[in-house]
Write a protein of this length. Structure first.
Length: 235
């Protein structure tokens, strides 16, 4: 086992889906994976490995925010050999034309976190996804006729910001959506030369203040998971 994951070596697949919520990981395992085996219950951060269309795939929750996400992604790559990691999560839309329920594929991840400032000694790094996974997910989304956007996102350390209008600055510089994990995922993937992508469903809207109705969340989540599976299977 690693410091925060109870799995034995070899129990986690090279391809893994990473929802923030561990109950979403369980939902995917129960609804999509054949013969899922639970490899982690430490802190209730459930993780499972099974087969999807014959391919070995894992799914594990990573919690909210970059510090939690970073712990799990570090261990998944360094201790368990994960090589294709797709975050499936939610974001807030910063733009009127990007609607609740739309999908955003993160083409870059800016951040207000100090993590990369410290890591890069005050210089700026530009966290970006695997182009191959991005293209595969985009193809899958278009084939499914899903409303999909490819563009810049913001990974914020604060859900409740001091200045409620702070997002407008990011919107002016072309950022489409805000979430709390992807800048760290993309940075770690680059460090360890593995592939990563964030697929996000717009769950709330900073311009219009709408939110996804609760009864629709499962349907939207399923659509996103199915696109993520296609991207992992793409050769
Ligand atoms: N802010 C930050 N993270 C989020 C949001 C948001 O509005 N929606 C979903 N994740």
């Amino acid at each position: 086992m690693s410091t925060h994951i109870a799995a034995e070596k070899g129990q986690i697949a090279e391809s893994i889906l990473l929802p923030g919520d561990p109950l979403r990981a369980q939902f995917i395992a129960e609804n999509y994976l054949e013969e899922p085996v639970c490899f982690n219950k430490v802190r209730n951060m459930f993780g499972f490995t099974g087969r999807y269309k014959g391919e070995r795939i894992s799914v594990m929750g990573t919690g909210m925010g970059m510090p939690s996400h970073s712990i799990y992604v570090n261990e998944l790559i360094r201790e368990y050999g994960c090589r294709k990691l797709i975050r499936i999560g939610t974001c807030g839309s910063l733009r009127a034309e990007i609607k609740i329920r739309d999908l955003i594929l993160g083409l870059s991840a800016s951040t207000d976190s100090a993590v990369n400032k410290i890591r890069f000694q005050g210089m700026d790094y530009a966290p970006a996804p695997s182009y191959r996974l991005l293209r595969a997910a985009h193809d899958a989304a278009l084939a499914a006729k899903a409303p999909v956007h490819v563009g810049k996102i913001l990974s914020s350390d604060s859900f409740y910001t001091e200045d409620p209008d702070q997002w407008k600055l990011w919107a002016r510089f072309g950022v489409l959506g805000v979430e709390m994990e992807t800048a760290e995922l993309y940075t770690l993937a680059a460090k360890y030369d593995v592939e990563a992508l964030a697929i996000l469903t717009v769950s709330d809207h900073l311009v219009t203040h709408e939110a996804t109705p609760a009864e629709e969340r499962e349907t939207r989540f399923r659509a996103m998971a199915e696109i993520a599976f296609q991207a992992l299977l793409a050769k």
